[in-house]
Write a protein that binds this ligand. Structure first.
Ligand SMILES: [Zn+2]
Length: 63
């Protein structure tokens, strides 16, 4: 954690970690504040979101 403004690198990390675990309120707040001002991270977040939804739709091969 470094200062109030998270960098793109940190936000990318949080978005990726959000796939595997529940982020804390502080982490989500930092992420959202950054997404409001950064188009690149917003796109990255949307891509990950789409991926996450796609994985739910296709839960893997039947045994
Ligand atoms: Zn960014």
């Amino acid at each position: 954690m470094s200062g109030l403004k998270p960098t793109c690198k940190e936000v990318h990390r949080l978005v990726s970690e959000g796939m595997d675990r529940e982020l804390s309120l502080a982490e989500r707040t930092r992420m959202r504040l950054h997404l409001m001002v950064c188009g690149a991270c917003t796109r990255f977040n949307n891509q990950m979101d789409t991926l996450r939804k796609a994985m739910r739709v296709f839960p893997g091969d039947e045994p």
